[in-house]
Ligand binder design. Sequence first.
Ligand code: SF4
Length: 289
Amino acid sequence: MRYIGSVYRPPSEAYSLIVQLTVGCSHNRCAFCSMYREKQFFVRAVEEVLADLAWCRRQYASIGRIFLADGDALIAPAEDLLRILEYIRTEIPECERVSCYASPKSVRRKTDAELRALRAANLQMVYMGLESGSDDILRRMRKGGSAAQIVEAAQRVRGAEMALSVTAISGLGGRAQWQEHAEATGAALSQIKAEYIGLLTLMVEPGTPAFQWVREGTLQLLSPQEVLAETYTLLAHTDSEGSVLRMNHASNYLSLRGTLNRDRKALLDQLQSGMDGSVPLKREDYRAL
Ligand code: SF4
């Protein structure tokens, strides 16, 4: 299997076949992200992707899930995506789910009819980063879109009946804006009502602007207890009936999982236990991205 550079996938795609449709990220400017900095973005030729899939078909008796990498594979032209999905449908019929990362830009470039056609061709789920519901924080973090634009893109994905997994990053507003971050992110998640909500915790990587800001003191990282207090406020402001909340990323100090709004009280109680020290938190040196 050919891979170009480092390849990333969401935690829930741990057992999926990863196939690169794009290389790098079409945006590649977020101040906290180092994932694709070494890569010059491009969309791979469909024939190459189909050849990779054909190779995998020969190697593996059963392929249950496929994740189309890299960042923002939804940016590929709809006809390319449809050819790939059609190949999977006919040659890998046991594949239950195809998914990829998406962004407000890649969703904006698709018509509603194209999104529905992709869903009908078995693109079942997309992952999208909200990161924060605060426009001020999104602007500072160079996300490339406002909260309203991200919410609109997310709602169009859901309108096409694709499952949606949205991530937010705890601590992204630093100490100065933790409350704004928590409340605005809870409000945005309440508008989106994604099937899945993933919460990561900010870790700054050398070479990123956020790393530099932390060194300069213009962005102050939250302590573990402050992260949990921020998450407590975020969840208290999130009304998203039926959303599965996962806080199981390697960056998190505490692992949480539950279904909103049903499990909100239990989730808040676990956060409280983490804040008052009655359950242990992940050690700093065990955290990772
Ligand atoms: S966070 Fe996502 S959109 Fe931003 S640079 Fe990284 S991969 Fe690209």
